[in-house]
Design a protein around this ligand. Structure first.
Ligand code: ZN
Length: 93
């Protein structure tokens, strides 16, 4: 999955028969889908390939979510480290 590059309006889909040999290739078309962006919570209608609904309306929203997830990961790592340190440090006396 590479959504960073601008997608063409159609993409080839390889269809395989019983063997591994390519039976034929067909092209699926993009269609308009309406979804709610999980970051800005705006309802968007965009041309997308059929399948799972997109989570983000734009690269900007995707970047925001990636940053949030990164911050969350750093926070959890820090908590984990603090817990480990607390566990090692035993009360003396
Ligand atoms: Zn958005």
């Amino acid at each position: 999955m590479n959504e960073e590059n601008p997608v063409p309006a159609t993409k080839p889909v390889q269809v395989y028969g019983k063997s591994d040999q390519l039976a034929y290739e067909r092209t699926i078309s993009m269609r308009e889908v309406t979804f709610v962006c999980t970051v800005c919570l705006q309802e968007r209608t965009q041309l997308r390939y059929p399948g799972r609904l997109p989570l983000y309306c734009s690269d900007a929203c995707r970047a925001i979510r990636a940053e949030e997830q990164n911050a969350e990961r750093v926070r959890k790592q820090r908590e984990k480290r603090q817990k480990q340190r607390a566990a090692v440090r035993k009360p003396v006396g």
